[in-house]
Design a binder for this molecule. Structure first.
Ligand code: IMP
Length: 427
């Protein structure tokens, strides 16, 4: 059985949770490999509707082992609350494991995320303020505290004292806010450690065992390709890599281990937070898409910016992820529109270009070049076979397939598991 990476191909919120939930039925292991509780994966299944921030979307299947990989930054309070909420609704979380190498989100990370955003003023990144950027910065600066550190209280207090002294200088001298208390954080994190201890593991061994038995492993992406700190709209990005390559590092798997990479694209584009979105619709059509699709952030509740499908960005996404297939989600959202546009190039300083510029100032000057297609103006949510889709909907999907240069395996026409068209088998 292969390892399949499910990757957000745009700016996040593409509907990866639903796709993972669908495929996890056949899986043995599902691993979250990047981001933190900035992610919000909505899953609608026979147990109800769930909004997951940290726990992999495979948790609803009793045979699936769920792993929070080393590449994730973990806010233990959020994780414990999320586990409790699932338990209250009858979902077992005893099969959830957290890499001992994952870095922890500490109270000063959350505080600094907000303070840094305030300081940026008009140039704020629009972060989720969950402490993600500061936690990844500390990981790279080697000032992080890891999940495994929770298991050794003496070492934890020493490490925390050393780091907190440093953080308190920044909090008090740079930002003029009150210092944080070592005792409070220490006792809080000891409690978290006691609660999480049975779930903390060397998770790469678990992956190796699954692969040795030829069991299906899913790498569950968070955020989207265009929020990647290297390839996204830097600096308006997140702080860890949502790419398939990030899946290797964040789960602890060699590049040869991944055999399928499924890019998840919405049938249009959305973005939450600041930064360029070349096809953004600041008009009635944008509002219509937002309201019809309820495009509001799962994590922050912020309205998402909506726009036409951007095939320039999509092709870039295919190139840097090596997609072997695609899922097109929320096709039904476009059901009522009389005409649809797809961005097939950008006009930049008088020239037409067909690539996604690396420089955010250039990208902000890009004007989309559109191709227009007729809308189908009929409901698609109850359709299960590709051939049953209105011909104009088939042509829209076929054009996307051509432009993004990889086969479409799955089309989603609603939030429920069964509101899915399996156009072409993935395996
Ligand atoms: P951060 O990841 O909280 O630092 O936020 C950085 C940027 O990434 C902001 O524009 C966020 O809105 C965006 N972002 C982070 N996580 C998600 C997500 O799961 N979906 C969509 N956007 C996200």
């Amino acid at each position: 059985m292969p390892v399949i990476a499910i990757i957000g191909a745009q700016w996040g919120d593409e509907g990866k949770g639903k796709v993972v939930d669908l495929l996890a039925e056949r899986a043995r292991v599902v691993v979250r490999f990047s981001g933190g509780d900035n992610a919000g994966h909505t899953v609608v299944n026979p147990y109800g509707e769930f909004r997951l921030h940290l726990i992999p979307s495979g948790i609803f299947y009793p045979q699936v082992v769920c792993i929070i990989g080393n590449g994730v930054v973990v806010n233990p309070k959020v994780l414990i609350d999320e586990m409790a909420q699932l338990n209250q609704r009858g979902i077992d979380t005893s099969r959830l494991f957290i890499s001992d190498r994952a870095n922890l989100i500490m109270p000063y990370h959350v505080l600094l995320d907000g303070l840094e955003e305030e300081l940026r003023g008009g140039k704020a990144l629009g972060t989720t303020r969950k402490g993600i950027g500061p936690a990844f910065a500390d990981k790279t600066a080697r000032l992080g505290i890891r999940v495994g550190d929770l298991l050794d209280k003496e070492a934890l207090v020493e490490r925390l004292r050393f780091i907190l002294d440093y953080k308190n200088v920044i909090l008090t001298k740079v930002y003029g806010v009150s210092p944080l208390s070592l005792d409070e954080i220490y006792s809080q994190y000891c409690q978290y450690g006691e609660r999480l201890a049975p779930h903390i593991r060397e998770t790469t061994i678990m992956l190796e065992e699954a692969l040795a038995k030829d069991e299906l492993v899913i790498l569950e992406g968070a955020q989207g390709t265009l929020l990647d700190p290297d390839f996204g709209t830097y600096p308006y990005t997140t702080s860890s890599s949502p790419l398939a390559g990030g899946g290797c590092l964040g789960a602890g798997l060699g590049p040869t281990g991944i055999s399928r990479v499924l890019g998840v694209f919405k049938a249009y584009c959305t973005r939450v937070g600041s930064g360029p979105l070349p096809t953004e619709l600041k008009d009635e059509t944008g509002n219509l898409i937002r309201e019809r699709a309820h495009e509001y952030g799962t994590t922050t509740g912020r309205p998402r910016r909506c726009g036409w499908f951007d095939a320039v960005a999509a092709r870039f996404s295919t190139r840097i992820n090596g997609f072997t297939g695609a899922a097109i989600t929320r096709l039904d959202v476009l059901d009522t529109l009389p005409r649809l546009k797809i961005c097939v190039g950008y006009k930049l300083d008088g020239k037409t270009i067909d690539y996604f510029p690396g420089n955010v100032a250039s990208l902000e000057r890009c004007q989309p070049v559109y191709e227009e297609l007729p809308g189908w103006q009929s409901p698609t949510s109850d359709i299960r076979d590709y051939e049953q889709l209105p011909i104009d909907a088939q042509q829209y999907v076929a054009r996307l397939e051509e432009l993004i240069s990889c086969p479409v395996n799955i089309i989603s026409v609603g939030a429920e598991r069964e509101q899915t068209i399996h156009k072409m088998p993935i395996f």
